[in-house]
Design a protein around this ligand. Structure first.
Ligand SMILES: Cc1ncc(COP(=O)(O)O)c(C=O)c1O
Length: 404
């Protein structure tokens, strides 16, 4: 008889966003006259920048001519893109990352989910609480987490690092030493950031203890303040303890085009083996390369015109973030995030749970957000709104919440 991977059975209930979608659908069916504003899921709404579209068209035309047609892309990515990334994202910031230390992929979610494969199933994993669910769920599927404890809302063998209001929503160095440490800054869902000195402590800790940091920098383009590192490789010693994962999704609106990358320094080893070699082997075996036209579009993000246009888009989203934060704050809400990240993290009023507040907003204000408890037990009593909405709808949503 065929047996399944029983680890999948350990994953609790339905996925957060499907529960939200179901609740919204039910409400819409019962109240077809209501106009609902969605500030829940973190998807972009501004179309791809014109310069990127121009380059995409050009690349599409190349595919139609025998002289310029491209078949399979190199497994690890085209060198034009790897070189551009290494120069613009890293070397210009003083980080020593070479083009061949960059692995192009079709997005950060896959890389965040797949990277655990190159480590033993015995490895102890540490995650922030609240957390972007992919880090935990991919380790559950691999059998690294033990069973789910319903009463705690946690997996037994995972080290959870609480990120609370008292700590500015950044984790403290764990007492129990993990093998793998997932960090995401600027953070989804809280919008919190780490200063360079704080991240340096993690790098020092990882090097001292022999842990590997898996650093998700999907939102680095939203950093507006000084002294916030865009890359973990801005910290000294990071080349021997950190893997960084990045995405073009929120930087340049590629959620539908799909492009991301992972950085593995060649001198990063574990168990006496270079992790670069393992990931190259994994990529070569299971992945056939991101499409040529999308990699060309990615390259256009770094041209002066492309960069100017995406910076405009990011500023536009961050103006939404300001409208949400200021509006909520003046209505008496306790709000954080929204300065270096497109996420606003607010404390639910009184002793309301995250889901109670979700229901209140849906039913009374017809606004959809994301309950903080969906990201982990420490998210209980919090709520996430995103800055990716349309401007008028964002303003209207805040007016409705203020009028509650
Ligand atoms: C923290 C974080 N990492 C990764 C991703 C996924 O990015 P991509 O669209 O490149 O798969 C997201 C998307 O929401 C995210 O919030």
């Amino acid at each position: 008889m065929i047996k399944i991977n029983q680890n999948y059975q350990k994953l609790p209930g339905s996925y957060l966003f499907s529960t939200i979608a179901r609740k919204v659908r039910e409400y819409e069916m019962a109240h077809p006259d209501k106009i609902i504003i969605r500030l829940g899921i973190g998807d972009v709404t501004i179309p791809i920048a014109p310069e990127i579209i121009r380059v995409l068209h050009q690349a599409v035309d190349e595919m139609g001519k025998a002289e310029t047609f491209k078949g399979y892309a190199p497994d690890l990515g085209y060198s034009f893109l790897r070189k551009t990334i290494s120069e613009k994202d890293f070397q210009e910031r003083g980080c020593r990352i070479d083009a061949d230390e960059i692995f192009i992929s079709d997005g950060a979610k896959c890389d965040c989910g797949n990277i655990q494969e190159i480590f033993s199933t015995d490895c102890r994993v540490a995650v922030c609480d609240p957390v972007y669910p992919v880090y935990v769920d991919s380790n559950v599927m691999a059998g690294r987490t033990g069973d789910y404890d319903m009463s705690l809302g946690r997996f037994r063998d995972v080290i959870y690092m609480p990120c609370t209001g008292e700590t500015g929503f950044v984790p403290q160095l764990p007492e129990e030493v993990p093998d793998l440490i997932y960090l995401c800054f600027p953070n989804n869902p809280t919008g919190a950031v780490m200063k360079k000195s704080q991240l340096q402590e993690w790098v020092d800790y990882a090097n001292e203890k022999g842990s590997v940091i898996l650093y998700d920098a999907a939102y680095e383009a939203y950093i507006s303040e000084e002294d916030i590192p865009h890359s973990i490789y801005e910290c000294s010693g990071a080349r021997t303890c950190a893997i960084e994962i990045r995405s073009f999704s929120k930087t340049a609106g590629f959620t539908g085009l799909r492009l991301g990358f992972t950085v593995i320094p060649k001198n990063l080893t574990a168990d006496g083996v270079r992790l670069w070699d393992l990931w190259a082997r994994r990529h070569g075996t299971k992945y056939n390369g991101a499409p040529y036209i999308i990699q060309r579009a990615g390259e256009a993000v770094y041209t002066p015109e492309g960069r100017r246009q995406i910076e405009e888009q990011i500023s536009w989203y961050m103006e939404n973030a300001r409208i949400i934060s200021d509006g909520l704050r003046s209505a008496g809400y306790e709000v954080s995030g929204g300065i270096n990240a497109p996420y606003i993290w607010l404390k639910t009023p009184g002793s309301m749970t995250s889901w109670e507040f979700f229901d209140l907003l849906l039913e009374e204000a017809n606004v959809v957000g994301t309950p903080g408890s969906g990201f982990g037990p420490e998210g209980e009593g919090y709520f996430r709104l995103t800055a990716f909405g349309n401007r008028e709808k964002t303003i209207e949503a805040i007016r409705r919440i203020r009028d509650l």
